[in-house]
Write a protein that binds this ligand. Structure first.
Ligand code: CP
Ligand code: NVA
Length: 298
């Protein structure tokens, strides 16, 4: 049966652990002779901007001997209202996997329903599961097993936060979320993680004694018209030195990037000693190569 990766919970805990371990193995070996995807292609549909997601998938396919096709949705027939189901049927007869970045999780689910090949969520309004594979690899790389540890999410209860919630359940860590009123994560996604996730009343409460502090932009792609309102609402939610001091002394700082210094994070934190954001960005490459291997072997 074709496996898709539309949200992190599409993997079992054992599968997720296997993908992360494999990602680290690929990173350590950097074996350019391992070319399992010769002749294979990945179609990458983007209706939103990207640096990391595009380059990591494109580079990963090339390293594996395959090829990635960058398809901006605006210059395909999708941009002229060809149905997503028809697009899925056509692309999946020509390509070995499809990656899609757009607004709609529902459209991605529809694409998967009509695709013969794995469909990968490269970000939607609801989830960003590829990001969390890289984050989990990075946490393990720096601090070993994260089971039983505590992460704090500070800021918007957005797509990356939703994937982090699923990661908490999958990898067995506790997640404390501090989001302003009206910007909390989806209640259903929070509930599905059970005891692993709790909502806090402020940034300090979430950060205290945490092993990992994570944030993301206050204004996600597509929300630009709300920027001024959001800047006001998120006052007090910047990850700065004072907040980092509340966490454990060996706490790490992560951000999926792109970042806005002086808004969700101070320059001193993101460019400081506890920040692992460049490893986190690099690991998009290794984690997604491991994911592609896993999905194409399934
Ligand atoms: N973190 C992330 O997905 O980055 P891009 O938007 O640059 O792909
Ligand atoms: N939450 C951000 C993540 C960007 C990688 C957005 O959706 O724009």
């Amino acid at each position: 049966m074709t496996r898709h990766f539309l949200q992190l919970s599409d993997l079992s805990p054992a599968e997720a652990a296997r993908v992360i371990a494999r990602a680290q193995q690929l990173k350590s070996s950097r074996d350019i002779m391992h070319r399992p995807f010769v002749g294979k292609t990945l179609a990458m549909i983007f209706s939103k901007n990207s640096t990391r997601t595009r380059v990591s998938f494109e580079s990963g396919m090339a390293r594996f001997g395959g090829h990635a096709l960058f398809l901006h949705s605006g210059v395909t027939q999708l941009g002229r209202d060809e149905p997503i189901a028809d697009t899925a049927r056509v692309l999946s007869r020509m390509c070995d996997a499809i990656m899609i970045r757009n607004d709609s999780q529902a459209d991605q689910t529809e694409m998967a329903a009509y695709s013969r090949v794995p469909v990968i969520n490269g970000l939607s309004d609801l989830h960003h599961p590829c990001q969390l594979l890289a984050d989990m690899q990075t946490w393990a790389e720096h601090r070993g097993d994260c089971a039983g540890k505590t992460a704090a999410w500070i800021g918007d209860g957005n797509n990356v936060c939703h994937s982090m919630i699923q990661a908490a359940e999958l990898f067995g860590f506790r997640l404390r979320i501090a989001a302003p009123k009206g910007y909390e994560p989806d209640a259903g996604i929070v509930a599905s993680a059970g005891d692993a996730v709790s909502l806090c009343s402020g940034a300090a409460e979430a950060a205290r004694d945490a092993d990992l502090i994570v944030t993301d932009t206050w204004t996600s792609m597509g929300q630009e018209a709300e920027t001024q309102r959001r800047l006001a609402a998120f006052c007090g939610y910047q990850v700065d030195d004072a907040l980092m001091k509340l966490a454990r002394p060996d706490a790490l700082f992560m951000h999926c990037l792109p970042a806005h210094r002086g808004e969700e994070v101070s320059a001193s934190v993101i460019d400081g000693a506890q920040s692992v954001v460049w490893d986190e960005a690099e690991n998009r490459l290794w984690a997604q190569m491991a994911l592609l291997e896993f999905l194409l072997a399934a």
